[in-house]
Design a binder for this molecule. Sequence first.
Ligand SMILES: [Zn+2]
Length: 450
Amino acid sequence: MESVSGEKGVKELLEEGTPIEYLEGDGDNTLIARLKSNLNLTMKKRFDRNHVVKNIGKRLYMLHGEKGVKLSKNVIVHIQKCLKYVFAKNQSDDTGMKENLRAIIPHQFGDHSLCQPRFCGYKRKPGSLYSHRSLPYKAPLKDNNLRSRLESIFQPIISNAEQYSDLGSSQQCEHANREVHYSAHTKAGLSPGVHTIRYAEKCAKSRKRSSDLSQLPSTKRRRLILKQERATTQGAQEALEGVSYQSGIGHEQDIDIEKIPDAVPRGDFKLVTYIQHDKPTLVMVDLETTDLIRGSIIPHITQISAVDYDSGDTFDQYVVPKMPITTTAQQVTGIVICGSNLTVNGSPVQSLPIKETLERFLFHREKARNIRSLDVLISSSVCKAATAKNIAGSGLNLSRLQRIYSRDGEDGLQNTFTVKNSEGQPRVTSSKRVLETVIPKLADFLKKRE
Ligand SMILES: [Zn+2]
């Protein structure tokens, strides 16, 4: 609290006739001194619980930052939690407060001689194995040097234990602040009318709901877990990036900001199993790319070439990449982006986007697999080569056509040829002229083969 506004507040309260006994705060003595000298008032001081825990935390984090001291953030959070717990459970109990404060640090080091069963699982079940749930490896701390440093931080609190057995909490102030905040702002011209009352009721309801929820043990547990997760992420970030993200770090010299790069993906390679019972064909595929794989950056494809070892059928297509081609890759492959097209060793070539290229490649593979069984349709002049290629590319061969015909006749063929694939294109063709000439002839041909 600012001492000037604090003094003003006290003065106003006294003028109204409100008696003041205690002053609650963070142990800041300026206001007390001000009241003494300006208003000739002697006030009793009362610590705010959150401020005490925070101040201890500050000293622990300073210790954490020292070289050669191994005090992790998780342990600090745990010690603060213990302190809060001791404060909460020993209000108006001077001796209990003193004893418990004294036991906090030795307990973390596995020394339970000062512990009380009320707070110590080891004392509650003597003889059984006790694990420190919140400490690293669930084991007590070991460093004796650290223990004496921690004990010296706690010493002033222990010797002033009585001061803490009547702790205030600024939470009530916060509550009052909110009450004021949510009431109608009459000075701004709002009168407590139908709308403001209804709005205030709505706010009060949601406030009650969230405060009830925040008091549930499950919510408290979740809060602790989240806090720990934050500490872990921050720890990992610190390990990978140095301390560059900390606020105010720019004022310091010799900052460690070397960033350790992201993990290189391991790749997810799986065994391919053949769905069909046909003999597998061996296809060799060769890719040209914009660069080599560097860290987590996967380069783009600039050319796909493939050859089928059995039939000698080939596929070759240049692809327009969506990222620039490195100079080294340009020298190795001769492929250069020129506007929206590619040139190879200076001469322009036909190139396609990657999606279209892969569709063509798959179509080409299907076609190569099926086309030979359809040669008979061309030679019997049922259809022309272009239509046969379309039929083959759509994953149909002669035996499949035969099956469709035996199941559903001419209608089956018609429906199969015109049905839309996932790209919204007809499976074979939607041309009325082609369908009218090919389907009856095909049906005739298949009927004879049955
Ligand atoms: Zn203990």
